[in-house]
Structure formats: C-alpha cells, structure tokens
Design a protein around this ligand. Structure first.
Ligand code: NAD
Ligand code: UGA
Length: 458
C-alpha cells in the first residue's frame, strides 16, 4: 500500500509508543515508524508483552502493528525514509556539572538531532515531542541547519499532555493539542502539516497554534500548575490534621467554586511520576538563569512541600507506632506512582520504603502492575524487602499497612480477614484517602489518613 506520509518517532517510551499507536489508528493513510536505541524495548513492542502497561494500549497496538505502525531498531533508515520526525527521547534532570539537580539534561536530545542531521538526505520537519526548556528550538535549528547538504529542517514544538494510566483516552480525546512554530512562511507551513495530522480526529477548535516559544513554555507551566494544586492541597492537609478539619471536605467545598474547580485536589502522600519534579526544577533553573530569583523560589516551594509531605508521612507512621518500626513487618499497598500504571519513576513509595528501611522495618511490597520496577528500585535492600503479588499474603503478620497507590483493588479487599492475620494493635496508614476509615476503625484497626483526625483505639 502507498502511504500519504511517512512519520518517524525517535524514542519508543511512554510517550512515543502510545502517541504513534494513536496516530496510526486514526490515520490509516500514514505510515508510522517508531525507533529506539534500546533494541530490547523494540523487541518488546513487537511482542505480546509490551514494554509498558497502559489500559487500552494492547488493543490499539494489535489493531495497527505491521499494518501502518512499525517498531524498528533501524534508526538511520527510519530517518532517511521519513518526512516528519517526532522526537520523544527522555529529557531527565541533569545530574552533573552546571545546573546539576535542576536543569534538563539535553544530551539525548542533542545526540538525536545530530543523528537526524547525519542520516538525512532531504529536508524534514523535526517535532519536539519531548518536554524541553523554552528556547530549545533555537539551539536545535542551529545544530540542524548549519549543514553543507543543502537541506533545511523546520523545528516545530508539539508537547505531549497525556497522563499515564489514562494515556489512550487522553490521546483520543485531548483537552487540546498544542503546535508551535516560527512565525515565518516556512514555519507556518510546517506547523500546518502537524496540525493536519491531528485534525484527522481532534476537533479543530481544540488544536491550538502558537509561537514555538509559547508552546515550549506552556508544557512546563501546565505541569507546574498541576503540581502546584497538589502541593497546595497537601499543605492544607497538614493544617487539617492539627485542627480536626477534614481535607476531603475542604477540597470538595472549595472545588465547587467554578473558578477553582474540583480536579487535582486529592490530598496524598505526595505526587510522583517522571515529570512533575523534573519539569518544575527545570522551570526553576530557567528562571534563575534569567535572574528571576523570586519566581524561581515560588515554584521551587512546590517541590519542597511535596518532599515535606512524604517525610511527614513517615514521621506519622513512626509516631503512631510507638516511635519505632525496627523489626516490624510493614506492608506497602501499591508502589506505582499512581493507579493504572506499572511506572514507579519518582514514586513516593520509593521514598517511603527507603525511610522505613532506614528505621530497620521489614518491608513487604504488593502492587498489581509495578512489582518488577519496585524490585529494581529497591535492589540495594534485597535482604530486608520482599515482594508479594497477593495483598492478603503481604499483610500476613504485618504491624501496619500503608496504602501508597490508589488502586481500586485495595478498596474492595476483605479487611476483616486481613485484620485476623495482622499483629495487634493493627494500623492502616491511608496515603491516598481511598478506604472507608470509619468502617475500618469499627473493625478494630487504628486508622491514620492524610488531612484527617486519626482514628485510634488508645
Ligand atoms: P522514556 O524514558 O519512557 O522513553 C524515552 C526513550 O527514548 C527511551 O526508550 C530511550 O531508549 C530512547 N532514546 C534516548 N535517546 C535516544 C536516541 N538517541 N535515539 C533513539 N532513542 C533514544 O521517556 P518518556 O516517559 O516517553 O518521556 C519522553 C519525553 O516526553 C520526556 O521529555 C518527558 O518529559 C515527556 N513526557 C512524558 C510523559 C509521560 O507521561 N511519561 C508525558 C508527557 C511528556
Ligand atoms: C502528568 C500530567 O498530568 C500530564 O498532563 C503530563 O503530560 C505528564 O505529567 C507529563 O508531562 O509527564 P502523570 O505524571 O502521568 O501526568 O500523572 P498525574 O495524573 O498528573 O499524577 C501525577 C502525580 O500526582 C501522581 O503521583 C498522582 O497520584 C498525584 N496526584 C494527582 C495527587 O496526589 N493528587 C491529585 O489530585 C492528582
């Protein structure tokens, strides 16, 4: 079959794989090729055991793979044969040199740009799908366009707003799609080409066009605003614990104000995930580099509150369990950074597990999808951590359960049965406020939740 366009995506991760699968499903007239340096990952994308868990993804890949969606390790060939290249490689926080701990590490991104240049024989549109510091496009243009091949690259920004666990729904019905470019005739032409792809299924009024700088910055700011709401409600959860106000009641009451809105007001043990912290710190670094100290400190406090919330959770566990957890078995219900994903990057559970292990607790971890990643995260503590697929077995002989991921599964467990197998007095620390606390208290548990008065039998 002849395809209208050949689109390449470099980076077959959480963003590249699902995004290209959605474009393939909605645009049978395009050929989509996804490449990655990680050959093992490409093999997994071509198998029945995809490298990431995401509801609806298996079906989407099954529907399109080897029809108009291809996963391949051949990066050079992919570059040569495509007209449009999406780049969705990782952009983690820099761990060395200037800006270490804050700035984005752009080595993978720059390497990809140089590979594109080396393998291209025709002009192309290069799409920034990764989250990048504002003004990256200008550096990219310089690398790509100072060539003697007589070819031209137009850099377009098209940040991704999907959330893990709901990626397929977010891609199919996005709140908006943002496409930014230079305001030159060539820039606007390239922008329109990218808009055309999404217009195959996204209503036009939801496709926003802007300058390339606004597009790059909007992605960082969207994540900063979302994380800020969580830190705001989490900061108030601490005040609720002192005053007997209930954080869920407060969130409900303020969320009914249409100017505030109800979403992203769920108090928790803290936000995790690969992006919120890294993107805010990147924003902080950018502000600092422009001398905007006050702005930098303002956004940095969002990350500080999050870290404080995580450490408060451990302190609450210790204080309530008679100031020691040494030698006590503690079951962590959930290790993924949120429900419906197996991803554990920056999961608060990693921090909580480390804290408890430092206090010499025996930690047992259960999670329906994230145990493999949890094992990698805690590999240095092999002797004192165990992993258990079945939550009932995880809780056997435990002094406490800490709910760290809001999996629906944990709401429906038989807690009467669990209580009988635990050491008394038994504790539940609900880091996600998903359980029926009064019911558990009536059964005999001591229940300590986020932003609520503790329910204790002593
Ligand atoms: P990921 O780590 O899951 O995937 C990135 C992939 O890029 C890896 O498989 C890696 O092997 C590959 N890669 C790196 N350098 C390469 C190179 N030179 N050539 C070919 N492949 C290369 O990362 P991700 O979660 O998909 O995130 C990618 C970008 O998208 C990041 O900038 C992130 O901030 C952004 N983002 C992520 C999400 C999310 O939910 N995970 C959502 C929106 C935006
Ligand atoms: C987030 C954004 O929601 C996406 O729009 C963005 O594209 C993505 O980051 C990214 O750039 O990587 P994601 O991290 O996958 O998506 O998941 P979220 O649903 O945003 O949850 C992030 C964290 O906040 C989770 O740990 C979650 O449990 C926590 N959270 C979320 C709360 O504690 N309370 C809430 O009310 C909402």
């Amino acid at each position: 079959m002849d395809f209208e366009k050949t689109i390449l995506c470099i980076g077959a991760g959480y963003v590249g794989g699902p995004t290209m699968a959605m474009i393939a499903a909605k645009c049978p007239h395009y050929k989509l090729v996804v490449v990655d340096v990680d050959k093992e990952k490409i093999r997994a994308w071509n198998s029945d055991n995809l490298p990431i868990y995401e509801p609806g993804l298996d079906e989407l890949v099954r529907e399109t793979r080897n029809k108009n969606l291809f996963f391949s390790p051949e990066i050079e060939k992919g570059i040569r044969e495509s007209e449009i290249i999406f780049v969705s490689v990782n952009t983690p926080t820099k761990t060395f040199g200037q800006g270490a701990g804050k700035a984005a590490d752009l080595q993978y991104w720059e390497k990809t740009a140089r590979e594109i240049l080396a393998s291209s024989t025709t002009s192309k549109i290069v799409v920034e799908k990764s989250t990048l510091p504002v003004r990256t496009a200008s550096a990219m243009e310089r690398i790509l366009n100072e060539n003697s091949k007589n070819i031209h690259f137009e850099v377009v920004s098209n940040p991704e707003f999907l959330a893990e666990g709901t990626a397929i729904r977010d891609l199919e019905f996005p709140d908006r799609v943002l496409v930014g470019s230079r305001e030159t005739p060539e820039g606007i032409k390239a922008r329109k080409e990218i808009v055309e792809i999404y217009a195959n299924w996204v209503p036009r009024e939801k496709i926003v066009e802007s300058s390339v700088w606004s597009s790059e910055l909007s992605k960082l700011v969207a994540n900063a605003f979302l994380a800020q709401r969580i830190s705001s409600i989490n900061s108030i959860s601490a005040l609720c614990e002192k005053t007997e106000a209930d954080i869920d009641e407060v969130a409900y009451a303020i969320g009914m104000d249409s100017r505030i809105g109800p979403k992203f007001l769920k108090a928790s043990v803290g936000f995790g995930g690969s992006c919120f912290k890294k993107d805010i710190l990147n924003l902080v670094y950018i502000c600092e580099s422009y001398g905007l100290e006050k702005v930098a400190r303002y956004w940095e406090s969002v990350v500080e509150i999050n870290e404080w919330q995580e450490s408060r959770f451990i302190q609450n566990m210790l204080r309530n369990m008679f100031n020691t957890v040494a030698g006590k078995r503690i079951a962590l219900f959930g290790f993924a950074f949120k429900a419906n994903t197996g991803d554990t990057r920056e999961s608060p559970a990693i921090y909580i597990a480390h804290g408890l292990l430092e206090e010499h607790a025996k930690v047992v971890i259960t999670d329906p999808k994230a145990l493999e990643n949890a094992k990698k995260n805690l590999s240095t503590f092999e002797d004192r951590v165990s992993f258990e697929q079945d939550p009932y077995r995880a809780a056997e002989g435990a002094h406490a359960i800490a709910v760290l991921t809001e999996w629906d599964l944990y709401k429906g467990l038989d807690y009467e049965r669990i209580l009988k197998t635990m050491v008394q007095p038994a504790f539940i620390f609900d880091g996600r406020n998903i359980l029926d606390h009064q019911k558990l208290f009536n059964m005999g548990y001591n229940v300590i939740a986020i932003g609520k008065a503790p329910l204790k039998h002593f």
